[in-house]
Design a protein around this ligand. Structure first.
Ligand SMILES: [Zn+2]
Length: 184
């Protein structure tokens, strides 16, 4: 039963991200988003720790101290800023978040909207993804590149203030410009 529910949750989330990505012209990313969730390493853990109201990775972490599913996931999916954490080339700086290509920041934006919608259902509003981000942002420190943080924050604020229609229109125009410059 948990397996079926987990499958429904990840399918629902993936479909939402796909719809959002398609609206702004990110077709390939819309199709390929989060495919590793269907790999046994991630899927079986997701079934075992299915929650319904939050990520099963949190439950796995509480049970064992760390999430094998998340460690697998973040290493394979470029729309997570955690994918881009690496040693700095600046001597003495240590491990930092590298700047994400903007197409993945747009996918991260869609991912956050879809995750909020999936877990909140009827309670979702355009302000929720911003509130969720701001709750965690102060603790990120050097783990996210300042330009990446500024862009995702700007998009989430735009969503909260102007709504989905206007914000998606803005992203669509940005994506169109990137395509014109052959950067996607
Ligand atoms: Zn993901």
């Amino acid at each position: 039963m948990k397996a079926l529910k987990h499958l429904q949750t990840i399918n629902h989330h993936k479909l939402l991200v796909m719809k959002h990505c398609f609206k702004v012209g990110l077709y390939k990313q819309g199709l390929l988003h989060d495919l590793s969730k269907y790999s046994p390493t991630e899927f079986l853990v997701g079934c075992k720790y299915y929650q319904g109201t939050r990520s099963p990775n949190n439950a796995e972490r509480e049970a064992t101290g760390y999430s094998t599913a998340w460690l697998h996931h973040k290493g394979r999916n470029k729309h997570h800023y955690e994918y881009w954490i690496d040693y700095s080339i600046v001597p003495g700086e240590g491990i930092v978040g590298q700047k994400m290509p903007v197409k993945y920041v747009y996918e991260m934006f869609m991912d956050r909207i879809a995750a909020s919608k999936t877990y909140l259902g009827d309670k979702y509003t355009d302000k929720e993804p911003l509130q969720y981000y701001e709750k965690g942002a102060a603790k990120l420190g050097k783990m996210i590149h300042p330009e990446t943080a500024a862009l995702i924050h700007k998009l989430l604020k735009m969503l909260a203030e102007k709504g989905e229609r206007a914000t998606f229109k803005y992203v669509r125009e940005q994506v169109r410009e990137l395509k014109r410059q052959h950067m996607i």
